[in-house]
Design a protein around this ligand. Structure first.
Ligand code: SF4
Length: 693
């Protein structure tokens, strides 16, 4: 660790990595961070942190950081450094030129779950108000969009039900498609503490994760085949219904009984039993039956899930199936229970809340609603388009068709993080104006015409909303190294395009959000400074926020049971591609590694590896540490092999942190039927020995 002397002052802010949202004291010497100290009064982390957050400032000083705006006529040309004004004029002229030539709807933008609520709000406001269309989407599209859909359908709100404190009252924790020990370490520590006190653990995951191997508890592990979540959760429901474990009093009081009866009759069919589905899912029926009994009868049961649930062609169906399970057992609406999506990025919840989807204004209100549009039109002084805009994959398709030609991408490397890289390359190459607003020249910037330097979380004021709906302050501890915070950049770009947005501080943006969003009417910077944080809904009914939702009644009224039929993904194994690839994260890297790979004050994991079961490795003559070629219908890449029985025969696993590996060269275009969230977690592949990249 490099330390530069004793701190002179400290500022409380919020980690900009994962959705736990740990609060830190940034201890400063002048404009330099001396160290980041986990804040003991932080309500999400209670004084704890993981290695990523603890060293989360190294990348801000990295030599590859771009601090000057750059433009170029064509992507083949070298970049030219220009003034901010010249960059904004160039970008605005190009975007307006595209609209003149191809029509109003030929441009759009992508907001970032890494940026603040206020910045995200401004980008969607620019697109809806300044571009005149609803072609705005968020990188949450590719992670938790099925959560928004599934939980709003069943419970009436697009968010997790509990606070993290709730885990202290949990008796049975069910983790589905998540590995919090790597991806949400501070939450994992709180869960492990509860497990040491006697709580039970059920893990539904193709891989024997660190949580399964936890020495504190003997977990029930259901190592399902990738892509069979719906079948497994329905089999759990089958046991609960057919063995008389339903909490009938809860269901009669809180849910629509007729819908429950239809659902119960569906799951009770013999074809949904653990025994009937065992060959499909690969899960031992005895273990599955035991898991269902433990969850239904073991006291407070809480479900935590991650991208292993959502990033499937049936991602939304699985979220609904999980919600059904919680309602059937009465595990909703009090501390210790609930349905809790573990958000990957720091502000996934916030970017969704702020109206980043093409069909929804802030607060999840559909753009077609006349009364809602009237409210925004009056305050923004614009006429809004009532038609939903394009989702990210539709933007790519439209670019290839020649009807979507300009994009503003804030804080996301879509080339590295979206599926089927060659398709994304084709889309970006077809566009006439790609504006990348980021800290580094990322992979997407290779296809950009304008590069607007971004600011780190240490260089701006704002708020993030974590996985438990907790809104927390991000506080500026240093002057933006590029001269402009991200919210100021968006305002200046809007102005160059002829759309005025006037704010002198992000607190004014939050005031506007509060004025327009019923779940935020009680939120202000003054209140956040006073209370430390609040969890939405924070309004007249709940002035200090809402830690646990759906107490006494669901937001939608009666809880809605929905029948969830398992449908196999179109991504099938066969003689050419006999194995299934699934993906995940490691503790020491964050997403595509743009920041963690450039944080030099600690030693980071150096490469992505491919986990292969010994049986599959032996069949192919692959030894531990060998290079292997990984091939799918979409493309191929090369990685080193790690031979391990953490994965089952027929399943391989890798992480996606390094641009050299480009795991998304392999992933396909299949996506969730309801939200188009890509099916990252199931790809049919083959492996063969290789001499290296
Ligand atoms: Fe940051 Fe998440 Fe680690 Fe907390 S657990 S320090 S929020 S990366």
């Amino acid at each position: 660790v490099i330390e530069i002397g004793q701190p002179e002052h400290s500022v409380v802010t919020t980690c900009a990595y994962c959705g736990v949202g740990c609060a830190f004291k940034a201890e400063m010497r002048g404009e330099e961070v001396v160290r980041m100290v986990p804040y003991k009064d932080g309500k999400a982390n209670r004084g704890h942190s993981c290695v990523k957050g603890r060293f989360a400032w190294g990348y801000t000083n990295h030599k590859e950081r771009i601090l000057k705006p750059m433009i170029r006529e064509r992507i083949e040309d070298p970049w030219k450094e220009v003034s901010w004004d010249e960059a904004f004029s160039f970008a605005a002229a190009r975007m307006r030129g595209i609209q003149k030539k191809y029509g109003r709807d030929a441009i759009g933008g992508i907001t970032s779950s890494r940026c603040t609520n206020e910045e995200t709000y401004l980008v969607q406001k620019l697109i809806r108000g300044g571009f005149g269309n609803n072609n705005v989407d968020t990188c949450a599209r590719v992670c938790h969009s099925p959560t928004g859909y599934g939980l709003s359908q069943t419970f009436g709100t697009s968010a997790g039900t509990q606070d993290f404190d709730s885990v202290e009252e949990t008796d049975v924790a069910v983790i589905i498609g998540a590995n919090p020990a790597s991806a949400h370490p501070v939450f994992a520590s709180r869960l492990k503490k509860r497990l040491r006190q006697g709580a039970k653990l059920i893990v539904i995951d193709p891989r024997r994760t660190e949580m399964v191997e936890s020495p504190h508890v003997k977990a029930l592990h259901l190592p399902l085949m990738p892509g069979t979540n719906v079948a497994v959760v329905t089999a759990l429901a089958h046991v609960i219904v057919t063995e008389g474990l339903v909490n009938e009093a809860f269901v009669r009081e809180r849910c629509d009984w007729a819908e429950f009866e239809e659902w119960a009759a569906f799951v009770a069919q013999p074809k949904h039993s653990p025994e009937s589905t065992a060959i499909l899912t690969g899960v031992d029926p005895k273990v599955l039956r035991e898991a269902a009994r433990v969850y239904a009868t073991g006291g407070n049961g809480a479900i935590y899930y991650g991208l292993g649930v959502t990033e499937h062609s049936q991602g939304s169906t699985t979220v609904i199936a999980i919600a059904n399970l919680a309602m059937a057992t009465g595990n909703i609406g009090r501390p210790g229970v609930g349905v809790n999506p573990l958000r990957g990025q720091n502000n996934v919840q916030g970017s969704c809340d702020m109206g980043s989807f093409p069909h929804e204004l802030p607060g999840y209100r559909h753009i077609s609603g006349d009364a809602v549009r009237d409210q925004f039109e009056a305050l923004w002084n614009v006429k809004l388009n009532p038609e939903p805009g394009l989702r990210i994959p539709n933007m790519f398709d439209a670019a290839i068709e020649g009807t979507f030609m300009g994009i503003y991408v804030q804080g996301e490397d879509i080339l590295q993080s979206d599926p089927n890289t060659s398709h994304v390359v084709a889309a970006l190459s077809a566009m006439e104006c790609v504006i990348v607003h980021d800290l580094f020249l990322n992979e997407t910037a290779n296809y950009a015409h304008v590069f607007l330097p971004g600011s780190s979380f240490l260089e701006k004021d704002g708020t993030f909303t974590n996985a438990e709906r907790r809104i927390q302050r991000v506080r500026k501890v240093m002057t933006p190294k590029n001269g402009m915070a991200d919210w100021e950049v968006t305002i200046a770009l809007a102005k160059a395009m002829g759309f005025e947005m006037n704010y002198s501080h992000p607190s004014e943006i939050m005031d506007e959000i509060a004025a327009l969003t019923p779940t935020f009417t009680g939120v202000s910077y003054a209140k956040l400074d006073e209370l430390g944080s609040v969890q939405w809904p924070c309004n007249e009914k709940a002035p200090e926020g809402t830690p646990v939702m759906h107490i006494g009644g669901f937001v939608r009224g009666k809880g809605k049971f929905i029948v969830t039929e398992y449908v196999a993904t179109d991504e099938r194994t066969g003689p050419r591609f006999p194995l299934l690839l699934t993906t995940g994260r490691i503790l020491s890297q964050y997403n595509v590694g743009a920041q963690t790979r450039r944080t030099e004050n600690v030693v980071w994991h150096a490469e992505d590896r491919l986990e292969i079961h010994p049986h599959d490795a032996e069949q192919r003559g692959v030894r531990d540490g060998d290079w292997v070629r990984l091939t799918s219908r979409a493309g191929e890449t090369t990685l080193r092999a790690e031979i391990t029985d953490r994965v089952s025969p027929g399943v391989v696993y890798t992480t996606f942190h390094h641009p050299d590996t480009q795991a998304n060269v392999i992933t396909t275009d299949y996506s969730d039927w309801a939200t188009n969230c890509p099916e990252y977690k199931v790809t049919a592949v083959q492996i063969s020995p290789s001499n290296g990249p």
